[in-house]
Design a protein around this ligand. Structure first.
Ligand code: BGC
Length: 465
């Protein structure tokens, strides 16, 4: 990231707020088995792909999924019944700016999906918003479910395999007011939503995921700052939670990010288990998994606690993945792990998020995840925040070269989904970071394909580097 970008971001944030954001974004470093029943739908390229290269050594496996991802709250716009919308509008909140219209993907999904397919991809990963589908407790909206049926139908018209996440950080405000994932009733509430959504949409979903990055609340505990830099992460989160409860006049309010990490983790694990049963009861053949945030954890030269970190953050989730049809992994950089994660090495190139530019994280992560989970792996998010698209191309080139090495060594990876299709609302950072292979003019909502979009789309079309 250029220095000017970094100072623009930092100018707009107070120190503790900035550190809160850094913690949250650092947590965001981080796929799944295709039952035979879906194999025929999972790759729409004909077996003799006319774009296939002559040089087989650069090819990816047959039926490899190539896609881009988005998440509802980050692109749809006006997701007004969600907990995050409420948090975006309280005074002195954690967000740089509210999500507003976002990329208006709620209305523009048709052109976005057509563009994705035209670029050469065969897969779209997106999330459905619980708060649209169940805006008040036990009041389900068939109109909103039908909206997502239209989105899914558009994907299938364009021969795209659909990866659908049921919960990507946000939840209905009514559920957050009851304590979110720390509420013992939350797993059953989530399971009811999962069953309802699957009954309505399941026949069009190729891969379902209960949760996006459910390990993040626990990952935050591994991020540390020098004591001289102010309050600890735990203190900052406590302050943010107290402020939100007061502002929303809601003493039990909590959310995915705000609350006790261990309690949230236990709630999410129970919700995943019940959600999966509910999904399977509605459509038994639908492959179900989840998407784990992982960094490529590398030991510091002394006093490294990598094994402890892995057991603490990924351990219970990798255990849960063993009973899933697949595991999605999402990664953005490496972490050098001492007692906690250490800052990037001196002089390292940093991205707009402050991460080390380290595309080879993909290789480390898929090797580790496949070995531990023993189920097929899909990379469901990987990419880089930068305003220099040549660096994005370089990132994808190196990431995919490293992924290919792992696949050539026999690691069972069946797809690669980039983050992200569009420049979008990057949570606490607002619209500043640019992860997209497509730029969005937020005044006109005009999309402009970046060179990296053409680059990645061509690899997808050829199924080869
Ligand atoms: C999340 C995305 C996010 C991306 C980039 C992942 O943690 O799933 O929602 O935008 O990282 O930070």
């Amino acid at each position: 990231m250029k220095r000017t970008d970094r100072s623009a971001l930092s100018d707009s944030m107070s120190l503790s707020r900035r550190r809160l954001l850094q913690g949250l974004s650092a947590a965001a470093f981080v796929s799944v088995a295709t039952p035979n029943s879906l194999a025929s739908r999972s790759n729409r390229l004909p077996s003799s792909n006319p774009f296939a290269p002559a040089d087989k050594s650069k090819s990816f496996p047959d039926k490899f999924l190539w896609g881009c991802a988005t998440a509802g709250h980050q692109v749809e716009g006006n997701n007004i019944a969600s907990d995050l919308w409420a948090l975006e509008h309280i005074p002195h909140g954690m967000f740089r700016e509210p999500s507003g219209d976002a990329c208006d993907h709620y209305h523009l999904y048709g052109q976005d999906i057509a563009m994705l397919a035209d670029l050469g991809f065969n897969t779209y990963r997106f999330s459905i918003e619980w708060s649209r589908i169940e805006p008040e407790e036990n009041q389900f909206s068939n109109a909103e479910l039908n909206h997502y049926r239209r989105v899914l139908a558009a994907c299938h018209e364009h021969h795209l395999t659909t990866l659908v996440t049921y919960s990507h950080f946000s939840m209905p405000l009514w559920c957050a007011r009851k304590g979110a994932w720390s509420n013992p009733a939350a797993p059953d509430l989530f399971a009811r939503y999962c069953e309802r959504a699957t009954k309505h949409l399941g026949d069009l979903i190729d891969f379902a995921s209960t949760f996006n990055e459910p390990d993040i609340p626990q990952l935050l505990n591994w991020i540390t700052f020098a004591p001289s830099q102010g309050p600890s992460m735990t203190e900052m989160f406590q302050q943010a939670l107290t402020g939100a409860r007061a502002a929303l006049n809601s003493p039990e309010f909590a959310s995915f990010f705000l609350g006790d990490g261990k309690k949230i983790r236990d709630g999410l694990l129970a919700a995943h288990a019940k959600g999966k049963v509910a999904m399977k009861s509605a459509r038994p053949s639908m492959p179900v998994g989840f998407n784990l945030a992982m960094s490529d954890d590398q030991p510091a030269p002394t006093d490294s606690h990598v094994a402890e970190k892995r057991a603490d953050i990924y351990g219970p989730w990798l255990e849960a993945a063993k009973t899933c049809d697949y595991l999605g992994v999402q990664t953005y950089s490496r972490a050098i792990v001492g007692k906690k994660d250490l800052p990037p090495p001196q002089g390292a190139e940093l991205t707009q998020m402050g991460y080390e530019f380290y595309p080879e994280c993909v290789e480390g992560v898929v090797r580790y995840a496949a070995q531990e989970a023993g189920v097929p792996i899909y990379v469901t998010e990987n990419g880089v925040a930068t305003d220099d698209d040549t660096r994005r191309i370089e990132y994808y080139r190196r990431a995919l070269t490293s992924l290919k090495r792992a696949i050539d060594d026999g690691v069972d990876v069946r797809g690669y989904v980039s983050w992200s299709l569009l420049d979008n609302w990057e949570w606490m950072f607002g619209y500043a970071p640019q992860f997209g292979i497509v730029a969005v003019d937020r005044a006109t909502q005009k999309r402009t394909i970046k060179p990296s979009g053409a680059y990645l789309g061509n690899i997808a079309r050829r199924n080869s580097l």
